[in-house]
Design a protein around this ligand. Sequence first.
Ligand code: DP6
Length: 317
Amino acid sequence: MPSNIALIKYMGKTDHKQNAATNGSCSMTLDGFRSTVEIRANDNSASDNWEALETDYPLPVGVGNRFLSFFHKLKTNESLADQTFTIRSGNNFPSDCGLASSASSFAALTMAAECCFADLKDRSVRAPEELANISRTGSGSSCRSFFAPWCLWEGESITAMDSKMPALMDFVLVCGSKHKAVSSSEAHRRVATSPLMDSRMERISDRLARSRSAIAEGDYNTVCEVAWEDMWEMHSLFHTSQPPFFYFSPKTISVLQFVERTWKSGVFMPIATIDAGPNVHLLIPAEQVKEFRKLLATEFGESHKEGVPIRYLESGA
Ligand code: DP6
């Protein structure tokens, strides 16, 4: 299953166990950044176990407890709690790049478990809307990976969006890869203490509506503007929470300054956004990718070379 990048961010929950979001969000699905999960029933093993899949970027460490405990919940819902399984998983992107993999990995786990259980129980695989909602309870943002290229998540409704947007490619400028001091789950809790949170609700409904119609109409500039506003607001929530926290690194700032310069030059209009981390996502129309890559090389050095200060990953057009 693919990852996704939100332009209107899911931040804050009304129910932390079910990952019920305080606000609607929308995202672009990143077909090029994917997780794969393989599940096999064990013959005799007392517990479920996990192994890294052999991919170009094998996961160096075990998956978190959250991953296996979500699988436990999925199999218990199918009355298969006594059967144990071996789960293999892997990503097609490096794990040291600071790119969150929870959206793609929980979506892939939900999908693989569904296929496995449907097979064992001789039933059909459920519809993506239903699977997206199940996946949401594992990790909220994963529910948006079930629809492409654009997905809208509002309450229990997770749907594909109408879009006249051009095909876009995501460049992730890697501005830090250290383990996050504040996980996104913790961020969802802490933002409830920000004085900006209440008034955000009003602003975000308006922003989601603007973004939705701009995506439907292919109004690229509005999509870009609204994404920028929402990125700043989410990070302002972080800075004004109790205790405050922030993710930006000095490299993040230099990429944001580069974005503003680029907009001013009028040649490219990258749609810029940042999740709960230091890395900057720049979305560029597929037909401009070659030229934009040259600009990035001039600005930050050629990404594949050793020792470049800011490298980047591409989602594939
Ligand atoms: C900043 O989906 O990682 O990326 O539901 O606790 O697993 P959990 O949180 P998660 O939150 C992602 C938040 C975000 C914004 C977004 O993707 O909308």
